[in-house]
Design a protein around this ligand. Sequence first.
Ligand SMILES: [Fe+2]
Ligand SMILES: [Fe+2]
Length: 272
Amino acid sequence: MLVAQITDFHVGRIIETDNGPIDLFDRLKETVEHLINLNPQPDLVIVSGDISNHGNMEDYERAKNLLDTMSLPYYVMPGNHDSRESLRTLFQSDGYLPTEGEFLQYTIEQHPLRLIMLDSLEAGEHHGMICGERLRWLNDRLSEDSERPTLVFMHHPPAKLHLPYQDSMRCFNGEKLVKIIARHSQILGVACGHTHRDSVANWAKTILFVTPSATFSYGLEMHPVEDINPRFEPACIRLFHWTNDTGLVSHLSFVGTYPNGLTEGVPTPATN
Ligand SMILES: [Fe+2]
Ligand SMILES: [Fe+2]
């Protein structure tokens, strides 16, 4: 089973650079094209939040129309820049979002790897939070199937990553999550976005994956900073490859071609 994670599009944001403005929607088009050309194709795509920068409907519609050009099932969840109401309005008809309750959290059951989508949005704040109701929901979902290998997705990393700026807007009550996650040994990993950087951590007796943005990065600031500036590093997606034999293996796949990259020795696809 192959799962792709794409995150933090921020559609609607235009970033000024020395070489002119960059519309993040154009960057997202390249990332979606990259996904469409992946071989093998993922079984499904997880979109882990911050779809729109301002939460407005026009930007969600642009993002949805683009995502719909993939012939792949995809599943959305909210980030701190998103509005649950807008996501509901636009994506409810796709059939997987919960129809009741405040939170946009659900499980994806029809594959050998079970996926749990946990809503970490604290409305009006950039940091995240998992309230008592969401902690109970997570514990119930994990308790109802303790055998099947499971990946948990949430927008905000629940641990400090030694990135002080991003750490100040992590999911604040990660210690409560640790108690639940560490008790359930079927969890192969927890995957987040939000920091716009790649990090991997040993956390809650599992692996915490933090996936870079599909459109732009922030600098690697491992010391305290007042503010943080966008950078244009290669956009990327994360892949989770799972088989019964190998367990979970994860890769980053970078979008675009680079003039100084090696071109010799690129493998040619087999013709038979
Ligand atoms: Fe973001
Ligand atoms: Fe975010």
